[in-house]
Design a protein around this ligand. Structure first.
Ligand code: DAH
Length: 342
């Protein structure tokens, strides 16, 4: 009878396929009303001899069944681990996660290009503060308090003495003072500037300029022209020509406005250049003797030239961009177009 039960239980355990079912079988064998537990239920009715006999057999059966349950349990645990590993295997053929890397902003690209051109001519790159004093932004640049040139620019005042700089020109005075009384100076100053401009296709209340300043002996307008001609050919292409038009700035004398041949029609006349064949890119001139003297140099010994260009304007011409606001509103469709340009 015991050997039949042993066979029956062994078969049951062999057939089981999950840890859950094995647990249920364990209870059905060893639980309060389990098959083995019941074997010793009516022992009190048996003789001592019988009890000894049954006790021994039941004990052996119990040990045997416990061992095969343990073995089955280990087998099922290992099987579950293997099944889990197989089910959770990584599919190496799934497409990877997209990795978005940023690109340089077109203004940064343009600024870098202009900087490396002037570096190649021996100009140093310096930066100034965006908050500037009235004295340096205007007075030292030969623009006194009642000068009408102020009206075209000033607006972002912090106090009577301080404002957001309206141009990078104050760094001319600061650089001259830091180096006076002896030259030479050759610097460019890139940076943000702020104006009272209404924002439209070609104007923004905040934009970037690059100032240039050369101070040395025997500097003439011809040096300015030669430098800017090289600049224009380097940035816009070797066929580019430039022209000077007389103009007025309080800090230069003579003053000029500089045009380059239109990059679209190459001087023939088109809608981009308003049929003139030329596009204005910067203001420039010989540094005014008042500015030179104000900043610690002797204008009888030293001369210089200066220029100031809008970086947005250069980028717009170079890349055919028709709205200055595109530089500032973080439209990825616009910005991504520059990822091929270093
Ligand atoms: N500061 C001028 C402006 O913002 C630009 C300029 C003109 C700068 C002539 C110069 C210069 O250095 O010589 O409109």
């Amino acid at each position: 009878m015991i050997s039949e039960l042993k066979q029956e239980l062994t078969n049951m355990i062999n057939d089981v396929n999950s840890l859950n079912d094995l647990q249920n079988i364990k209870v059905s064998i060893f639980g309060k009303k389990g098959r083995i537990t019941l074997l010793t239920k009516d022992m009190k009715d048996k003789t001592i001899e019988e009890r000894r006999q049954i006790g021994q057999e039941v004990h052996q059966l119990k040990e045997y069944i416990e061992i095969i349950i343990k073995q089955k349990e280990l087998f099922l645990i290992e099987k579950k681990i293997n099944d889990d590993i197989n089910n959770e295997a990584i599919d190496i053929y799934l497409p990877g996660m997209e990795f978005n890397s940023g690109t340089l902003h077109p203004l940064t690209i343009t600024r870098n290009e202009i900087e490396s051109f002037f570096n190649s001519l021996g100009f140093a790159v310096i930066e100034g503060n965006e908050i500037e004093s009235d004295e340096y932004n205007f007075e030292k640049m030969n623009i006194p308090k009642d000068h009408p040139a102020r009206d075209m620019q000033d607006t972002f005042y912090f106090s009577v003495e301080e404002l957001l700089r309206t141009h990078t020109s104050p760094m001319q005075a600061r650089t001259m003072e830091a180096n006076a009384p002896d030259g030479p100076i050759r610097v460019i100053v890139p940076g943000k500037t702020y104006r009272r401009d209404e924002d439209d296709l070609t104007h923004s209340h905040q934009f970037m300029q690059i100032e240039g300043l050369v101070i040395d002996k025997n500097i003439s307008l011809a040096d300015l022209k030669g430098t800017l001609e090289l600049f224009a050919k380097n940035i816009f292409g070797s066929n580019t020509k430039i022209r000077f038009r007389p103009s007025y700035f309080p800090f230069t004398e003579p003053s000029v406005e500089v045009d380059v041949t239109c990059h679209v029609c190459h001087g023939q006349g088109c809608s981009v250049c308003k049929q003139t064949g030329w596009i204005e890119i910067l203001g420039a001139g010989q540094v005014h003797p008042n500015v030179i003297d104000n900043c610690g140099y002797d204008s009888n010994v030293y001369q210089g030239f200066a220029f100031g260009m809008g970086v947005e304007r250069v980028a717009m011409i170079k890349y055919g961009i028709d709205d200055i606001r595109l530089f500032y509103n973080n439209n990825l469709n616009f910005l991504k177009q520059f990822d091929k340009i270093k």
